[in-house]
Design a protein around this ligand. Structure first.
Ligand code: ATP
Ligand code: MG
Length: 301
């Protein structure tokens, strides 16, 4: 378990990146400095939707409105084997996530949301179909390369938080930076800064067990931001919270989307995040039922 958590946190800090517009906890004043996705934009001028597989290379390209998807799932199946029995948790999912989107994947319990999140975050591989990250088919990357790219691009906020129980708040947020051998005083400074942003400056020395559910969720968010990834993936971020704390978390993610240009993906059974979404993906029994485009919730970048 700890190794799995550790693996998702391995990444590299870009020390130039800050969250200036969020400093002061939900009362931003400054503008953003861009999102640093670094995605392949060679198709930017192409106005048409198209897909192209380049010969024998591992590059899968597709564009919509001249953009290349950050994450692209093509005919993705996830089949779990339980003894003699197979269970298809995802059945032929096609989904593209673009830079600057706020996507809410909405579906009932057991519909395949967490399974989908693990695939979107490249934490798992499909039984069939392809997942590409930054235009590269992840099945063609070795595990260390994948961990590196995933770590640079994606911050995870898990359904069960996945905080390390024996580390205090400050240490949990510092951990991803330590994996990158970030100089300890700088890592600590960054962690203190993020805990200030999520309103937990007075809880540095509390263990997860000494925090409320909402506070744990905020530590998980601070940790997901440690290396300033362009994409945030959150599994039921409001699932265990009262509505006030849940709304605080959602508004914070909304600020990250609108003011920092983060690409945010939430998987949930809860309707509340829908109002912040640019797209709502409805999932049921492992299949996408429909996708609703929402107007008006764009990021300012
Ligand atoms: N490792 C596994 N082995 C077998 N079946 C699994 C496994 N993981 C998930 N499933 C099954 O796949 C289906 C989808 O599970 P998943 O966790 O993705 O659902 P979910 O939509 O996230 O549900 P919830 O809202 O309750 O978190 C469920 O029926 C579940 O029982
Ligand atoms: Mg789930």
């Amino acid at each position: 378990m700890l190794m799995e958590i550790a693996d998702t946190l391995r990444t590299k800090l870009d020390p130039r990146k800050t969250l200036n517009s969020l400093k002061g906890d939900a009362d931003p004043g400054n503008s953003s400095t861009g999102n640093g996705t670094g995605y392949d934009s060679e198709n930017d001028s192409d106005p048409e939707l198209h897909e192209e597989r380049t010969g024998n290379s591992d590059t899968v390209k597709s564009s919509r409105n001249g953009k290349v998807p950050l994450i692209k799932l093509t005919d993705v199946w996830k089949v779990y084997q339980m003894g003699e029995v197979e269970f298809a948790a995802l059945k032929g999912v096609d989904l593209e996530i673009y830079e600057g989107e706020f996507v809410v994947v909405l579906g009932p319990s057991g519909s395949g949301k967490s399974t989908l999140m693990n695939l979107l975050g490249c934490l798992d591989i499909p039984s069939h179909g392809t997942v590409s990250l930054n235009s590269r088919d992840i099945s063609r990357m070795d595990e260390s390369e994948l961990a590196q790219i995933r770590g640079q691009m994606i911050g995870f906020i898990f359904q069960s938080f996945n905080l390390i129980p024996t580390l205090n708040t400050l240490e949990n947020v510092t951990l991803p930076l330590e994996f990158q051998e970030e100089e300890s005083s700088r890592a600590r400074e960054r962690a203190e800064y993020l805990l200030e942003i999520v309103g937990l400056s007075d809880k540095h020395h509390n263990l997860p067990s000494q925090l409320s559910g909402g506070q744990r969720q905020r530590v998980a968010i601070a940790r997901s931001l440690a290396v300033d990834p362009p994409v945030l993936l959150a599994d039921e971020p409001t699932g265990n919270l009262d509505s006030k704390t849940g709304n605080y978390i959602l508004e914070f993610l909304d600020e990250l989307h609108r003011k920092e240009g983060k690409t945010v993906i939430i998987v949930t059974h809860d309707m509340t995040p829908v109002k912040y979404a640019t797209r709502v993906v409805h999932i049921k029994d492992g299949e996408i039922e429909k996708i609703d485009e929402v107007e008006g919730n764009f990021c300012k970048l």
